[in-house]
Design a protein around this ligand. Structure first.
Ligand SMILES: Cc1cc2nc3c(=O)[nH]c(=O)nc-3n(C[C@H](O)[C@H](O)[C@H](O)COP(=O)(O)OP(=O)(O)OC[C@H]3O[C@@H](n4cnc5c(N)ncnc54)[C@H](O)[C@@H]3O)c2cc1C
Length: 499
């Protein structure tokens, strides 16, 4: 009988957790080592007061990815997580505009809202935009997202006639910004839908128009997680443990041991050594290229330039009462010049003067009990920033000035956050860079810029025998469901290679 394969998974981000679940249920002896004291990686929470506030991802989509991960172990997602469909996808606000635009789960309601907000022509533009996004999603879902290593030629072979038509209409060299101009004449709507590029850490002016498929993904369901997004990481970790994986928190991997071109084990920061037949690395792949896991594994991936890093952010977690504005769960307060917002970040490497602000009001929406006037509520406020946390980051005086601008901008729309000073926890690019080594604070791996960026991400297999990759910097890309899929692809590649 073959002895049990020993696999070490490095990193308990969603990618590492998903890989651990699949490998443990397939009979591997899985040890998951995580440097932080908690599971989830970027999916983390902070507690400036006593209550935990989601400090990472807040938009939960592609529920089916998690359903099938749980179902393959014989469990049901709904027994572990209480998910509520969000009827309101997001509330959007512009600075000099008293009008507010809500996007709804029901596309008919969104079309009506857009019609009232910007007129019938824009409402028709929204309908054709959604059709186009749906066609792209249909054409790319299997051959791109689910493929272990997609190539442009392979994709062309697999997408069929309908797919060819969709790709002819939206070729990869067309930018999202330009494509949106074909649907929307109102600059506010172009800006609203261009924001999807930031979901993968990119500028809409450089990202391919194919990213509009994110609109289709959101339209297919945004879910609110009872207890907060942290519950997703906890549920995955609990499932991994039940499948037999051993979790070790608070101890990082220091070096990967390679003999005769093959992984043989992992040296930990506390001096221990874990022998292993295979390793799945769930940190940012740049950490390998930078030699943080030893010189032997540098060649596992090619190094990326600083200019290619995706967006970082400054975030404020706040537990305080608010007044003056009817917040939804997801809210966006747009800055007035989107193109210069992104050229400031990616070219001038600075946060623009009047940035777009994302605000998640965690206690609002279907998954929470209604708030009473004066109740403190949990907020995550986020502004995009360049991923230069390993260079200069954001200084204290820059932060103070930014904070002043951000909260006065919110006040322009009527929103006042009361007594926030005592109840706030700030994370800057340099903090993200410390938490996620070799990223410079990038939250999404490389920026998805240019026609072929989606094909340039490393895939699960590496040139080093026994070493595999999973996570947001790996194919199919960043975001909680995508990184989860990458973990599944890594586990599947490993199992296939053994067979
Ligand atoms: C503020 C913010 C908002 C976001 N918003 C959204 C959103 O709304 N929706 C969405 O889908 N996505 C969002 N994302 C992106 C999403 O969170 C990530 O793409 C996803 O969680 C990445 O998962 P991962 O598997 O790559 O692991 P990561 O979360 O990157 O975790 C990697 C883990 O590896 C550990 N590690 C690294 N090196 C070592 C080592 N040597 N030894 C041991 N452990 C190590 C790290 O400590 C970390 O825990 C957001 C991210 C952030 C930060």
């Amino acid at each position: 009988m073959r002895s049990k394969q020993r696999t070490v998974v490095i990193g308990a981000g969603v990618g590492g957790l998903a890989a651990s679940i699949d490998l443990a249920r397939s009979g591997h002896d899985v040890t998951l080592v995580e440097r932080a004291a908690y599971v989830g990686g970027k999916l983390r929470s902070l507690s400036p007061q006593s209550r935990a506030i989601d400090a990472g991802p807040t938009v939960f989509t592609m529920r089916h990815v998690f359903e099938s991960l749980f179902a393959d172990t014989g469990c049901r997602l709904e027994d572990e997580l209480r998910l509520h469909p969000a009827s309101l996808l997001a509330r959007h606000v512009w600075c000099d505009d008293p009008a507010v635009l809500d996007l709804h789960a029901d596309p008919k309601r969104s079309t009506e809202a857009i019609g009232e907000f910007a007129g019938a022509r824009e409402a028709r533009g929204f309908s054709t935009f959604l059709e186009r996004a749906g066609a792209l999603h249909e054409c790319l879902r299997e051959p791109f997202m689910m493929s272990p290593r997609p190539t442009t030629t392979g994709l062309m072979r697999e997408i069929g006639f309908a797919g060819m038509l969709a790709m002819w209409r939206t070729p990869p060299w067309l930018t999202l910004w330009r494509a949106l101009g074909e649907h929307f004449q109102d600059p506010r709507l172009r800006q609203l839908f261009a924001r999807y590029a930031t979901y993968v850490g990119s500028s809409p002016l450089q990202a391919p128009a194919t990213l509009m498929l994110i609109a289709h993904v959101e339209q297919s369901g945004v879910w609110l997680v009872e207890g907060g997004m942290r519950r997703v990481a906890e549920a995955l970790a609990s499932l991994a443990t039940r499948c037999g994986a051993h979790l070790h928190l608070g101890n990082g991997a220091r070096r990967l041991e390679v003999r005769d071109g093959r992984i043989v084990g992992v040296h930990l920061e506390d001096g221990d050594f874990i022998p292993a037949d295979s390793v799945i690395f769930n940190g940012d792949t740049q950490a390998l290229a930078d030699g943080l896991l030893g010189d032997d594994v540098r060649r596992a991936v090619t190094s990326r330039r600083r200019s290619e890093r995706g967006l970082s952010a400054v975030t404020w977690c706040i537990d305080a009462p608010t007044e003056g504005f009817d917040l939804a769960h997801h809210n966006v307060f747009f800055g007035d010049d989107y193109p210069s917002e992104f050229s400031d970040i990616f070219d001038k490497r600075k946060i623009t003067t009047q940035p777009t602000i994302y605000l998640c009001a965690q206690d609002r929406g279907e998954a929470s009990a209604p708030l009473s006037a004066g109740d403190a509520e949990r907020l995550l406020v986020l502004v995009n920033a360049p991923a230069d946390g390993d260079q200069r980051g954001i200084t204290d005086s820059e932060l103070a000035a930014l904070e002043q601008r951000v909260f006065s901008r919110l006040e322009t729309s009527g929103l006042r956050v009361l007594h926030k000073r005592d109840h706030i926890d700030v994370t800057r690019p340099q903090d993200f860079a410390r938490l996620f080594p070799s990223t410079g604070g990038s939250l999404y791996g490389s920026a998805n810029h240019g026609a072929f960026a989606s094909f340039a991400r490393p895939s699960a297999r590496t040139p080093i025998s026994g070493l595999y990759l999973a996570g947001g910097s790996v194919h199919p890309g960043p975001g909680v469901p995508m990184a989860t899929l990458s973990g599944r692809l890594a586990a599947a590649s490993l199992i296939r290679d053994l067979d």
